[in-house]
Write a protein that binds this ligand. Structure first.
Ligand SMILES: NC(=O)c1ccc[n+]([C@@H]2O[C@H](COP(=O)([O-])OP(=O)(O)OC[C@H]3O[C@@H](n4cnc5c(N)ncnc54)[C@H](OP(=O)(O)O)[C@@H]3O)[C@@H](O)[C@H]2O)c1
Length: 303
């Protein structure tokens, strides 16, 4: 069992990883920019240390005694960037990871596990891919043994994406969908991703390996929402809005505090990047949860 630092351990995916690794018997430490707030969010017995990946000077002390780093960091209000506050892909996902892996190298960390994203490969030009490529490159060149995951869209009880549709389904007479609804995705249950991360620490096969990982079904956005409605026991029509129109509407919204949308965010949600689970299945013994099963919390949730 190892001493594992989870950067972003207070976040959606990070908190599942923290619970999984704790249950597996690892000594887990969570890094947070706001340790006071974080202490109320982490399971009993989990240590919290203050650190900010955009401030390299904070990272040395955080890494003292750490054997494994899991990086699940994302800027607040993703996917809407806020350059004024430094909440951008390049600053947080790109440069922040470069700082963290460099600090991990100096601290003699034995494994760096990074949550990249589906579709990350050379030649991509969107800012989120440029940042993920910057991060992946720094990790591979660091000399620290690594495992990189490239997950597709992740959902779960606390996500901020699929849950929005569930809220719309409860409050509105229709469910609004950006674009044609034909974008294909492989929704991945958050607990399956946490299991994969935990499994990667148990097998030597995962060292210096990059895994694509997605859910067991490739579905259109419309199919996903219809499955969600069925699980919720609701019937609502879907209302599609053309992506071009949404980008125009989103332009002024991006300047609001906690902006709900931006033109870049519209592009992000409409991205179609299929993944191949073969390698992850082979090395990590994945059991992938079908969407209807992964959404079972919506059955009992308040209607
Ligand atoms: N969600 C998805 O569908 C999905 C799909 C593919 C890949 N991913 C990747 O998975 C990772 C985690 O995503 P998520 O959705 O779980 O994110 P999230 O819920 O937004 O959580 C991100 C965490 O990052 C921490 N954080 C933010 N800025 C930081 C900084 N400068 N320094 C240190 N910590 C910082 C925050 O912790 P504090 O506020 O406590 O500091 C927060 O708990 C990201 O790298 C993302 O690209 C996500």
């Amino acid at each position: 069992m190892a001493v594992v630092l989870v950067a972003g351990g207070t976040g959606f995916i990070g908190s599942h990883i923290v619970r999984r690794l704790t249950a597996d018997g690892h000594r887990v430490i969570v890094m947070s920019r706001n340790p006071e707030k974080a202490r109320g969010k982490v399971p009993a017995g989990v240590e919290v240390r203050a650190g900010d990946t955009t401030d390299a000077a904070t990272l040395g002390p955080v890494l003292e005694g750490v054997e494994v780093v899991v990086s699940a960091v994302q800027f607040p209000n993703h996917p809407v960037e806020n350059p004024r506050k430094g909440y951008t892909y390049i600053r947080v996902d790109g440069e922040g990871t470069v700082h963290l892996v460099e600090a991990a190298r100096k601290a003699g960390v034995q494994r760096f596990v990074y949550l990249s994203g589906a579709g990350t490969r050379e030649g991509q030009t969107r800012p989120w891919f440029i940042a993920k490529l910057m991060a992946e490159k720094a990790i591979r060149e660091s000399g620290v043994p690594y495992t990189i995951f490239r997950p597709s869209w992740v959902y779960g009880p606390e996500d901020r994406s699929l849950n929005k549709f569930a809220t719309f389904a409860r409050l509105l007479p229709f469910v609004p969908v950006i674009g044609s609804g034909k974008t294909r995705v492989q929704p991945l249950f958050v607990e399956d991703l946490a299991q994969a991360v935990a499994a990667s620490l148990r097998t030597g096969a995962a060292i210096n390996q990059t895994y694509e990982i997605g859910g067991p079904e490739e579905l259109t956005m419309d199919e996903i929402i219809r499955i969600m409605l069925r699980v919720m026991g609701r019937r609502k029509p879907l209302l599609h809005s053309p992506a071009g129109l949404m980008k125009i509407a989103a332009w002024p919204l991006q300047f609001l505090p906690a902006a709900p949308l931006s033109p870049g965010a519209v592009d992000f949600v409409l991205m179609e990047e299929p993944v191949d689970n073969t390698l992850a299945q082979r090395d990590l013994g994945l059991k992938l949860t079908p969407l209807a099963e992964g959404l079972s919390h919506l059955r009992t949730a308040r209607r």
